[in-house]
Write a protein that binds this ligand. Sequence first.
Ligand code: FAD
Ligand code: SF4
Length: 347
Amino acid sequence: MNDKAKTALVVGGGLAGMEAALKIGQAGYKVFLVEKETVLGGVLRQLYSSFPRWENPQDLLNNKVQQLGLYKEISILIGMTVKTARREKDAFIVDLQGLDEGDNRQIVVDAVVLATGFELFDASLYGEYGYGIYPNVMNSLEFEAKLKEWGSGQENSQPPQAVAFFKCVGSRDRSKGYPYCSKICCMYTAKQAGVVKDMFPAAKSYVFYMDYRAAGKEYEEFVRSVIETKHVRYVRGRPSKVIPENGRLLVRAEDTLMGVPIEVEVDMVVLAAAIVPRKETKMLAEYFGARTDQYGFLDHDTFNPAKVGDRVFFAGACGFAVETQGAQYQGAAAAAEVIALFNQGGE
Ligand SMILES: Cc1cc2nc3c(=O)[nH]c(=O)nc-3n(C[C@H](O)[C@H](O)[C@H](O)COP(=O)(O)OP(=O)(O)OC[C@H]3O[C@@H](n4cnc5c(N)ncnc54)[C@H](O)[C@@H]3O)c2cc1C
Ligand code: SF4
């Protein structure tokens, strides 16, 4: 039986959650899209430019927000989060909590998509890089904000003469608890280093790397163009220390290709911190009976990669690091599962 009275809940209004809600609403089913911030977009809203096509991420965001507004089936609840949830047969009774005291609401839904995204690893755990101590040492999301300020012309500070990017900060480091590769940081670091050269052609842009991973459509070409056309300098080696000197930052590293120690003076250091799960994803997983892996990412079903529990699906970086295209695919896949479940009458 096709029962259009069935209702879904999507938690998280980043790109993956927006895509999931959009597709469920387009299929004619009621869906609540709950976002804890006061605006939709998640990380996408913070990006200046995007790999692999140098597009403006805000065009993608505006497109999704505009489409979400077209469907009366989609209720967008911003500034709200899930306070608690319990299961009753095939339904979930969900208590939502707003930003203000007393701003509570209860909804009953028949399926859930978790799309709560990710956090960046706390780079201050590498004391030698000075994150949280020297103002010009920042993580890659903070640098996207800087690019936006420069790009808008509102930033009046002196243009940088040199910027250094450190890759694999936290990722692939067993001692920090994250032995995995975060998958997207080679690409967004290439992008950021390339944008620096576009904005400030006289500036030097260094990328310190162990190796680079560019497995994806147009990815290798993208990184190559950054190196060969935009003249970003890739230095193979792990920086050992960042030292403040003469109002700038001295980066000490070993060039492992040449086998020599090197030092470069820069104005900014950008740390490509590991993609790690949000703590609240684990809590939500417990409320909704979803599986998580040893790190706290949602853990998919082998036979159904969008499924993480009974009537519970996931989309986006709450499952693992993913690029924007993948986040949209996953949002659509989770929605397809919800729609299929509802089309069967939920059996
Ligand atoms: C520095 C950087 C640069 C990048 N550049 C690119 C690029 O150029 N090209 C590219 O393809 N990809 C890029 N990416 C990857 C891209 O940003 C992600 O793929 C995408 O944003 C993931 O979307 P998401 O919806 O899964 O997560 P998010 O964007 O993190 O969205 C999750 C949303 O859930 C909300 N939320 C969390 N918990 C709750 C809760 N309990 N209740 C309600 N709401 C909640 C959050 O507020 C957030 O809005 C970049 C990533 C980084 C870190
Ligand atoms: S994607 Fe690149 S920078 Fe990120 S962890 Fe993997 S190898 Fe390191």
